[in-house]
Design a binder for this molecule. Structure first.
Ligand SMILES: [Zn+2]
Length: 441
């Protein structure tokens, strides 16, 4: 591009089509710094008017093409046209020229979309947002055509300008909201030329732990025609929906315990996802007390912080690496367990690798695979009668009921196999879920 190219090129384009300041400036958007495209386009137009005025002063005339350029420039050229060609000026102010790219709608669309967008942000308690844009094929085609025809290597798209300018104007209208590309709470979608604004509200994620103090409580809510079969951890948290006005709630936990197992002790890490909340900037204590309000004393929540979407994947991926401590109540279906039996179990299951094929009872929802898991340590004690209580510290993902009974040989070694006695785990509690959850803060 030679030195005179910007103005010469702009002049050639304007001999061809009318453009508003914004759309003309945008064709040279990457030249000059710290200006809006509107300022850029205005500047170019004024220089062209000056050049043509100079030509007129020297030669006393302008070509038909020069007049076309002035007419396509519009407002900036009007005073000069009134001076040298009043009848053309009259025609121009009567008819006007609509911008070939945006039909003169871009400015007003930015203004309207920003006001409309801000209303939506306020309705959903959003402080961090991004703007997206959908531009019609027709507009994009005219724009691309011009770029190709005139080799406009320093231009920007209308879409990019629309996104940026709406974002800037919203922040100017309300300095308490900010554009944030990293962790937006919502996306505003502006369509052009329709000028509609939609909002996509991101979920609110709360990271913490839960305790299940009763049995026969599932983690997820499973609706059925006759109502849910079990009370669920998810249902217990529904108080959060009332507080936040969210549409739906999903529990993402680091693993899960059986429906009939309690979750005691350390509690289990979880992230509660609240979809499309209308209120999100609430103190954690308030969120926590609402979550606990509906839980009937069967489930308890404690929230540590607001999490990010990518933390959900971390919780799920890392749950398998967490160490779990279980408390299992075991009975022998044959002769009672002796003190020697208990000592033997503690000895045999110290740092013991156990091969476990997917238990028969979960085969309907899990693939049939064999996994190796480590039992780090166990401690057993005899309770009243023949019942035995065992504390089991194991790698995440080991099925404890099957570790006890052997699941017809699918788990090996098992307590039953080692002692040669048919054993059964009649009650199970998870009392510890620990380990590094690599959650970014
Ligand atoms: Zn335009």
């Amino acid at each position: 591009m030679s030195e005179e190219d910007v103005v010469a090129k702009a002049k050639r384009i304007l001999a061809d089509v009318p453009l508003c300041d914004r759309c003309l400036g945008r064709l040279f958007a990457l030249l000059g710094y710290g200006w809006s495209n509107k300022e850029r386009g205005d500047a170019i137009k004024r220089v062209i008017v000056m050049e043509l005025h100079k030509k007129y002063r020297i030669t006393g005339t302008l070509s038909e093409e020069d007049f076309k350029v002035l007419e396509n420039i519009g407002g900036q050229a009007l005073p000069l046209l009134r001076l040298i060609a009043p009848e053309r000026a009259e025609r121009l102010s009567a008819q006007g020229r609509r911008c070939a790219i945006c039909s003169g709608e871009l400015d007003s669309t930015i203004e309207r979309a920003a006001r409309e967008g801000l209303k939506l942000l306020r309705a959903y308690d959003i402080r961090k947002f991004v703007v997206g844009a959908r531009v019609s094929e027709g507009v994009t085609r005219v724009e691309e055509d011009l770029k190709l025809r005139y080799g406009l290597a320093f231009s920007e798209s209308l879409k990019a300008e629309l996104r940026r300018e709406v974002g800037k104007l919203i922040q100017k209208l309300d300095p308490s909201v900010e554009a944030d590309f990293e962790e937006p709470e919502a996306t505003l979608l502006v369509s052009f030329p329709e000028g509609n604004v939609d909002i996509q509200v991101n979920s609110l994620f709360l990271a913490g732990r839960y305790w299940k103090l009763g049995r026969l409580i599932s983690q997820a809510y499973w609706p059925s025609p006759t109502g849910p079969r079990y009370f669920s951890v998810e249902q217990a948290a529904w108080g959060l929906l009332r507080l936040t006005g969210g549409e739906r709630l999903v529990v993402h936990a680091a693993g899960r315990e059986d429906v009939d197992a309690r979750m005691l002790g350390t509690g289990r890490p979880l992230i509660v996802e609240i979809k499309a909340p209308r209120k999100r900037h609430l103190p954690l204590e308030k969120l926590e007390s609402h979550a606990n309000a509906d839980s009937k004393g069967l489930v308890e929540f404690r929230f540590e912080k607001v999490a990010r979407r990518r933390d959900v994947r971390l919780y799920k991926e890392e749950s398998a690496r967490l160490r779990k401590t279980y408390k299992a109540l075991i009975v022998s279906l044959e002769e009672p367990l002796s003190g020697a039996d208990l000592e033997r179990l503690e000895r045999e299951f110290s740092g013991r690798r156990v091969m476990q094929r997917t238990p028969r009872r979960v085969l309907h929802r899990r693939p049939d695979i064999t996994r190796a898991r480590t039992v780090y340590k166990i401690r057993c004690r005899r309770l009243l009668g023949e019942a035995v209580e065992c504390l089991v510290l194991a790698e995440g993902g080991l099925y404890i009921k099957e570790l006890v009974d052997g699941d017809a040989g699918r788990t090996t070694p098992s307590f039953s196999e080692v002692l040669g006695k048919a054993l059964q785990c009649v009650e199970l509690d998870v009392i510890g879920v620990e380990g590094p959850l690599g959650l970014g803060s």
